[in-house]
Ligand binder design. Structure first.
Ligand code: ADP
Length: 330
């Protein structure tokens, strides 16, 4: 099964929430859809699920146009940020909800519910009330409910964003394990870049209704397409064409990004420490490179940094040529 999205477009008044989006998922691929709040991620999911009609474009499953099919007939499962469980139904009945709608026989429903609760780590929870569960457990129930009718495609809309940091980290890896074991296609929406690069085999970066760049996580982080994507991914070493043209001793045309992960603190390029921050095993440095006339940021492990490093100290850096990545203008 492959999900194909062709030129999907949706406006609300003057807002182009989704603006001509086309993408095709590979077999069993999880695509992470990453972008700032308001860029159109949820709207795109709603169009795919059939919860709202598109103004233009279509969604195909194995070439079959789904336009006009109601959500329950699209064979697509959805998991929402706020779980959206039915509070008056127990866990088992929540998970069985789609199966009842589809008319599955009772015994098969029971077996499928048990199988899924087992998959999400809640075996034996059938009779629990959903209000008695923690946020993480409720989200597992929501996932089990979405998976119960064996959807071809699973759409997850910021499923971890209501959970606290520690739980989010744990559940992120669990969810990735579940998704890869299922071998289904999935679209995982998030505004968190670390979640996107963990969950997605590819990451689609969305900006103002459009897909700005689609790449696998390594490529995205090492070669963002333009300054906007690089900044959104958290890169702080971004330099305009003008700044680089002014830099003596640097034969670089801008705009460009400097990858701090490739800079070593043992080399022969003098740099003055402006700030040194961090705790535990991590450190962040702000450094001034006089021969370039530029200030750069470095992130790494405390063991790479000389002990007792303080502002005013001088380090010598090694910056390989490929640490410089040319970017398109924003
Ligand atoms: P995201 O999920 O990336 O935060 P959304 O898809 O929710 O973004 O929203 C994209 C844009 O469409 C925003 O400008 C938002 O205000 C607008 N929008 C979304 N849903 C509606 C709606 N039902 N009516 C009017 N505007 C909407």
């Amino acid at each position: 099964m492959t999900l194909q999205i062709e030129n999907l477009t949706k406006r609300y008044g003057d807002t182009r929430a989704v603006d001509g989006v086309s993408i095709e998922l590979g077999p069993a691929e999880t695509l992470a859809l990453l972008g700032p709040s308001g860029c159109g991620k949820s709207t795109l999911l709603r169009l795919i699920a059939g919860l709202e009609p598109a103004d233009r474009g279509c969604v195909r499953m194995d070439g079959r146009d789904l336009t006009g099919l109601p959500p329950q007939r699209r064979n697509i499962g959805m998991v929402f940020q706020d779980y959206a469980l039915f509070p008056h139904l127990n866990v088992g009945r929540n998970v069985a909800f789609g199966l009842v709608e589809l008319g599955w026989p009772r015994e098969e429903q029971r077996r499928r519910v048990a199988e899924l609760l087992d998959l999400v780590g809640l075996a034996g929870f059938e009779r629990r009330r959903v209000q008695e569960l923690s946020g993480g457990q409720q989200q597992r129930v929501a996932l089990a409910r979405a998976l119960a009718p064996k959807p071809e495609v699973l759409l997850l809309d910021e499923p971890l964003s209501n959970l606290d940091q520690t739980l989010r980290e744990t559940l992120k890896f669990e969810l990735k394990g579940i998704l890869s074991a299922l071998e289904r296609q999935a679209i995982y929406v998030t505004h968190d870049q670390s979640e996107a690069v963990t969950m997605g085999q590819r990451v689609a970066v969305m900006r103002e209704g459009r897909l700005e760049q689609v790449a696998d996580p390594d490529n995205l982080l090492s070669s963002p397409k333009n300054t906007w994507v690089a900044r959104f991914l958290g890169c702080r070493n971004l330099f305009s064409a003008a700044a680089l043209a002014r830099a003596p001793g640097l034969a670089m045309e801008g705009p460009a990004m400097l990858r701090s992960d490739l800079i070593s603190l043992e080399g022969n390029l003098p740099a003055e420490v402006i700030r040194c921050e961090g705790w535990g095993s991590l450190r962040q440095l702000e450094l001034r490179v006089p021969s370039w006339g530029l200030t750069i940021h470095w992130k790494g492990f405390a063991r790479e940094v000389p002990a007792d490093l303080a502002p005013g100290a001088t380090l010598t850096l090694y910056v390989p040529n490929d640490a410089w990545v040319p970017l398109d203008p924003p």
